[in-house]
Design a protein around this ligand. Structure first.
Ligand code: PGA
Length: 219
């Protein structure tokens, strides 16, 4: 079994000042003996601050970009090329339903993004919202996030999430994390399922205290 993965997805939230105070609170309250791989996905402009902060504080958090361009470096104003993330991010989220739905990212576009990410040695956390979805090769982690559960306060059942994860694991032998209304009081129930390797946490990661609670409960 791989190390459990606990991923904080901040989405388009937080000023730099708010990101800094979250970071300070996290470092001051970091529990001893954290065994999980803890991964933070802030907005692009905050990655550089976090890279420096984590080095200074010697905190074992990994950093994740929330998206990457499907283009290489070049004349693509507003895009962030995979190469620009080298040294800043370890992982990248690709295929989140908010990108598929709000930005019309098709399977073809997502496959190109995975290829760009791989060329820059970024590990891909590939999100899908249901079973029987195709997953491009080169992905490192699958994030199962059913649409009804995202931001709704209505998580999937741990049993169903486990069942979906089992299907993907049988085909691809990759770690699968669950996301969708994960909170401190339900984190453990998902972690107890044999086919779930971690959690992808949105809203409940925005408060450092709540995220730390999830880390403790998911141990
Ligand atoms: P949520 O979001 O925890 O706020 O439901 C999860 C996600 O979309 O990654």
């Amino acid at each position: 079994m791989t190390k459990p993965l606990i991923i904080a997805n901040w989405k388009a939230n937080k000023t730099l000042a708010e990101a800094k105070s979250w970071a300070e609170e996290l470092v001051q309250n970091w529990p001893t003996g954290v065994e999980q791989e803890v991964i933070l996905a802030p907005s692009f402009p905050h990655l550089s601050f976090f890279r420096q902060f984590l080095n200074e504080k010697n905190l074992p958090l990994k950093l994740c970009a929330q998206d990457v361009s499907r283009f290489p470096q070049g004349p693509y104003t507003g895009e962030v090329a995979a190469e620009s993330l080298i040294g800043l991010a370890d992982y990248v989220l690709i295929g989140h339903s908010e990108r598929r739905n709000n930005f019309q990212e098709s399977d073809g576009i997502l496959k190109e993004k995975v290829e760009r990410a791989k060329s820059a040695n970024l590990k891909v956390i590939y999100c899908i919202s249901e079973k029987d979805v195709s997953v491009p090769s080169g992905v490192s982690v699958i994030g199962y996030e059913p649409l009804f559960a995202i931001g709704s306060g209505q998580p999937d059942t741990p049993q169903n999430a486990n069942h979906v994860a089992e299907g993907f694991k049988n085909q691809l032998s990759l770690p699968v994390v669950y996301g969708g209304s994960v909170k401190p009081d339900n984190a453990q129930s998902f972690m107890q399922e044999p086919n779930l390797d971690g959690l992808l946490v949105g809203g409940a990661s925005l408060k450092a205290s709540e995220f730390l609670e999830i880390l403790k409960n998911a141990a």
